[in-house]
Design a protein around this ligand. Structure first.
Ligand code: ACM
Length: 269
């Protein structure tokens, strides 16, 4: 499976220009699966709720999902990217997965980071795995990396490849994802952005780039740098993620002792 990871620098609120930039960045790139960053068409550091309302789109009928479906049809490939999802009066930080035949699924970010809590409702749907024939795919978004339960649940549901759109502002995730891959024996495709978003009051966030693909053995198969707008590609065999044997005596998933893990599934500390 030929994977592409796009690292971009969207301009806040400039959806048409941001989509056009993605279109031209992948024009001459062949892939079976493309992963784009979190909120790749809108920017991240929103000014106020009215801006979020203006940028919110229905899934799958909104502009961004339709753009992704057209791209998937043209490229005969899977495409995943993040957007502001609107459902009624609620807004979600979501990732969609689409294919050549259209919409496949939508994941609503479970763990909201920083000011996202002002604008978005937390995800309210189970983590899903989509069996595409050539790969079983799960989605997680950015800060979900801090919660190992997310990758674990996706692995337990059979995911071979974790698609991970991000807008990372701290430097830890890229290395932490190596551990997520090792502890679950899965591939992870982290698509991050670069540049800064600055609000009218002068406050700003700078994003950490270093988009990457990591193998089930924790190898970084490819990684971009901290500031380039670029597309990386790499070939993977998703079936490698089905080998959960760490030694001849150790199966990664059946070695677990969930009867001792009760606090992990409860809210009480
Ligand atoms: C993040 O979740 N965008 C840091």
């Amino acid at each position: 499976m030929h994977i592409a990871v796009l690292q971009n620098q969207p301009h806040i609120g400039a959806v048409d220009a941001n989509l056009a930039a993605v279109q031209s960045a992948v024009e001459d790139v062949a892939f079976d699966l493309l992963v784009l960053p979190e909120l790749f068409a809108t920017g991240y550091f929103f000014h106020d709720q009215s801006q979020v309302r203006r940028l919110g789109e229905q899934v799958p009928d909104g502009l961004t999902t339709r753009f992704l479906m057209e791209l998937a049809a043209t490229k005969k490939a899977l495409v995943c990217g993040g957007l502001v999802e609107r459902e009624g009066d609620r807004f979600y930080n979501s990732a969609v997965l689409v294919g050549p035949e259209g919409f496949i699924g939508c994941y609503r970010k479970l763990h909201l980071f920083y000011e996202e809590k002002l604008w978005f409702a937390p995800g309210d749907r189970p983590l899903e795995v989509y069996d595409w024939g050539t790969a079983r795919i799960g989605m997680m978004v950015c800060y979900d990396w801090r919660f190992p339960e997310v990758a674990r649940v996706l692995a337990l549901k059979g995911a071979q490849v974790l698609l991970h759109p991000t807008n990372l502002v701290q430097p830890y995730c890229q290395d932490a994802m190596i551990t997520r891959c090792l502890e679950n024996r899965v591939f992870a495709v982290t698509a991050n952005r670069v540049g800064s978003d600055t609000k009218p009051d002068g406050s700003s966030l700078t994003f950490t780039g270093r988009s990457q693909v990591v193998s089930p053995r924790g190898e970084v198969l490819c990684r971009t740098n901290v500031d380039d707008e670029t597309v990386l590609t790499v070939d993977i065999d998703p079936g490698e993620a089905d080998d959960k044997l760490v030694t001849e005596h150790n199966h990664l998933l059946s070695d677990r002792r969930p009867e001792y893990y009760d606090p992990v599934t409860g809210k009480q500390l």
